[in-house]
Design a protein around this ligand. Structure first.
Ligand code: MN3
Length: 199
């Protein structure tokens, strides 16, 4: 096993009432665990033994659907859990200035991100990315694709991720994806996002 399921940095019920404990438990212990096992199997099938997750995403063979879907599923959820927090956090002043330069205001960035998350048809992810030139971009991807993968039109290094698959919200929010997206803003870990932006 090259990659293991990461422990959550908080308990399953820590993000209540925004993200409910049952959803968190199934999402982590079943869905993410499944991607982890299948990612390892897909790596083994093509004799890839790199442990550099970023370069595995950047050099992804997009025609290998087992590797693409499960590798993306593994990586995306690792990013997602880390950018959530049960306690209130604040973004760095540098990140805030950058967001204000790129979007006009933090609220405008959140609106654009929420819209990208709400309008992603079917399953996928919404992202805030830092581009090569230092600017920021909001985008979304289908299924378990992510901005690091080849040929994905939204470029840059992802610093904030939101899972908009139904498995992420259906138990608690049913078809109300916009309510889930709205709740997400209450549990974003801005310390982590700020560090990713700076790093
Ligand atoms: Mn998921």
């Amino acid at each position: 096993m090259t990659f293991t399921l990461p422990q959550l940095p908080y308990s399953y019920d820590a993000l209540e009432p925004h993200f409910d404990a049952r959803t968190m438990e199934i999402h982590h212990s079943k869905h993410h665990a499944g991607y982890t096992a299948k990612f390892n199997a897909a790596l083994e099938a093509v004799a890839l033994n790199s442990t550099d997750l970023t370069s595995l995403m950047e050099s992804m063979d997009m025609d290998n659907s087992a590797l693409r879907n499960n590798g993306g599923g593994y990586f995306n959820h690792c990013l997602f859990w880390e950018n959530l927090s049960p306690t209130s956090t604040e973004m760095s002043s540098d990140l805030k200035s950058c967001i204000e330069r790129c979007f006009g205001s933090v609220e405008a960035m959140k609106d654009e991100f929420s819209k990208a998350a709400a309008t992603r048809f079917g399953s996928g992810w919404a992202w805030l990315c830092r581009k090569e030139d230092g600017s920021l971009e909001v985008c979304s991807t289908a299924n378990q694709d992510n901005p690091l993968m080849p040929g994905i039109s939204c470029g840059g290094r992802p610093i904030l991720a939101l899972d908009v698959w139904e498995h992420a919200y259906y138990l608690h929010y049913q078809n109300r994806r916009p309510d889930y997206i709205n709740a997400f803003w209450s549990v974003v870990n801005w310390d982590v996002v700020s560090k990713r932006w700076a790093g």
